[in-house]
Ligand binder design. Structure first.
Ligand code: NAD
Length: 296
């Protein structure tokens, strides 16, 4: 299929590479020229603007940081809704506010353009392997039409409901991930402070009920003192902001999420926003003066 792909960051780049490997023709655009060069070497066609990448495509995929970026790329002055054809489909795979997805979808519907929100979970390693978990909102028949393309980038795609339902699902995912990282940070710092080697604690508990995909992905990073992203603290703050807004909009509070949000805000204020979210452990390191990372 002829696909336009906009946003070639940590996630978008490997996702687009997998589409190219599967034989799809991809026209790509990112404000960072460097990343377009790398994809051109894999067979993609670089474009000078998002509008150009989207023009005449049956399918356009966006993988951008947050709601304002997607709104700008789709509905801005040079937005792709001006170059996409009637009957074509936009699949926004960014993690954005569910309300923003609905607003963007509404503006496209006026031009006869279909939209799905299809955020992902799994991070860079699963984006590279093509084994992301994809959660989809929008019209079911549109999902059925493009499901096979989603499954080039992911090992599962679940239809969750109307437009915005994909991003609501993603917010639930991000709450579980953030709270799990915070629990690991607290627990492993306790072990360190109480005189038990955190690496042994990890080995002892990872196979039991406390073990999780998050623990296996993030605790080894904490133990190694590795904080290269992965998933940046700044992006997780963005997701928790969207979760808190959404919760308040439906009349509920998120007491645990707001607690972890304050820890992440403190880390950002300390200049750590670009680090991997597993660097949340540094909040506890600062509090106790004791690090869980192995001495190098
Ligand atoms: P990133 O910052 O690495 O990539 C975003 C890309 O968008 C960058 O290359 C940037 O240059 C580009 N961009 C920004 N504004 C643009 C514009 N106006 N036009 C064209 N390109 C533009 O972020 P990422 O980690 O790839 O994440 C992308 C989305 O996926 C986010 O919503 C994030 O929350 C979500 N996500 C990330 C991960 C992860 O582990 N990194 C996992 C799941 C979901």
């Amino acid at each position: 299929m002829k696909i336009g792909f906009i946003g070639l960051g940590i996630m978008g780049k490997p996702m687009c590479k997998n589409l190219l490997k599967a034989g799809h023709e991809c026209l790509v655009y990112d404000i960072m020229e460097e990343t377009m060069k790398e994809l051109a070497q894999c067979g993609a066609i670089s474009c000078g603007s998002a509008m150009e990448a989207a023009a005449g495509r049956e399918l356009v995929i966006t993988m951008l940081p947050n709601s304002p970026h997607v709104k700008e790329v789709v509905m801005g002055e040079n937005g792709i809704r001006n170059s996409m054809e009637r009957g074509s489909i936009l699949v926004d795979m960014s993690s954005i506010a569910p309300l923003a997805s609905r607003e963007i979808g509404l503006s496209l519907a006026g031009k006869g353009i279909e939209m799905l929100d299809a955020p992902v979970s799994g991070g860079e390693p699963k984006a590279i392997d093509g084994t992301l978990s994809i959660m989809v909102g929008g019209k079911r028949e549109i999902y059925d039409r493009i499901k096979e393309i989603l499954l080039v980038m992911g090992s599962s795609a679940v239809y969750c409901g109307e437009l915005g339902a994909g991003n609501t699902t993603k917010l639930a995912n991000q709450i579980v991930v953030a709270l799990n990282i915070a629990a690991c940070s607290e627990a492993f710092t306790l072990a360190q402070m109480a005189g038990v080697d955190p690496a042994l604690v990890y080995e002892a508990i990872r196979g039991g009920l406390a073990g999780s995909t998050v623990m296996d992905a993030k605790v080894p990073m904490m133990l190694e003192g590795e904080d290269k992203p992965g998933f940046r603290i700044d992006l997780h703050i963005k997701d928790l902001n969207n979760a808190l807004d959404t919760a308040h909009g439906v009349g509920m509070g998120l007491p645990l999420t707001s607690q972890v949000m304050e820890m992440l805000q403190q880390l950002r204020a300390d200049g750590q926003g670009q680090k991997d979210h597993s660097a949340l452990v540094k909040y506890y390191e600062k509090m106790t003066g004791s690090a869980v990372s192995k001495k190098k």
